[in-house]
Design a protein around this ligand. Structure first.
Ligand code: DX5
Ligand code: ZN
Length: 215
């Protein structure tokens, strides 16, 4: 089952609730929520209070992508705000195993994200413990960047690691995803596709989400 996860980073923030309802009605499976702290990445977005408010406009699954230096400080606030999956960057977490366990103990799914320059070897030990591995196909911080082509091979190598261990870990891809490359991305092995600008800038959101799913 493919999950399409529009990123609200590309929404119109002066009408965020409405823009989340639009992707919900257009066929999104997950709502991808990018949390940036201006330290780990050179950009700032929003925090748990905003998520708590928009939790009221949709029942869709909240996929929270933490791009912050101290992810351990944000697990509980985001759980309370309604997150169902929390993904943390391996680059931010020296005690990744403890962090992943604390996300799961709080009743949520746990994901780990890797920057483009981060090797898959960094998650070899944690792989059996996580629900999702998020492969960044751009350097995190901004929407609308170009897909880094070598990410396809990285997805394929991750898929092999998962299969060899008999796991069913979800591979999520984030950055520069569009109906133009969604076919190759799925062929490589990803089953959750984040798309920000491709969905929110689309003339026909329903068509674009269907293309991401079916292309
Ligand atoms: C980038 C974010 C992405 C971003 C994707 O740091 O993690 O989720 O919103 O945006 P597009 O799809 O426009 O590359
Ligand atoms: Zn993201």
């Amino acid at each position: 089952m493919i999950k399409i996860a529009p990123s609200i980073l590309s929404a119109d923030f002066k009408k965020l609730g409405e823009d989340i309802r639009r992707v919900d009605e257009a066929g999104a499976d997950w709502i991808h929520i990018d949390i940036m702290d201006g330290h780990f990445v050179p950009n700032l977005t929003f925090g748990a209070p905003v998520i708590k408010m928009v939790r009221e406009v949709t029942d869709k699954f909240f996929d929270v992508h933490l791009m912050v230096t101290n992810p351990q400080d944000y697990i509980e606030p985001f759980r309370q705000a309604g997150a169902q999956l929390i993904t943390v960057h391996v680059e931010t977490a020296p005690h990744l195993h403890r962090l992943v366990q604390s996300i799961k103990a709080a009743g949520m799914m746990a994901g780990v994200a890797l920057n483009p320059s981060t090797s898959l070897s960094t998650i070899e030990e944690i792989l059996p413990d996580v629900d999702v591995v998020l492969i960044m196909s751009v350097n995190p911080g901004f929407g609308g960047q170009s897909f880094i082509e070598s990410s396809l091979d990285k997805i394929a190598r991750l898929k092999k690691m998962i299969d060899e261990r008999g796991l069913d870990t979800i591979i999520e891809i984030d950055g520069g995803v569009s109906p133009k490359n969604s076919s190759a991305i799925k062929k490589a092995g990803a089953t959750a596709l984040v798309a920000g600008s491709a969905v929110y800038n689309a003339e026909d959101m329903v068509k674009t989400i269907a293309e991401l799913r079916n292309n």
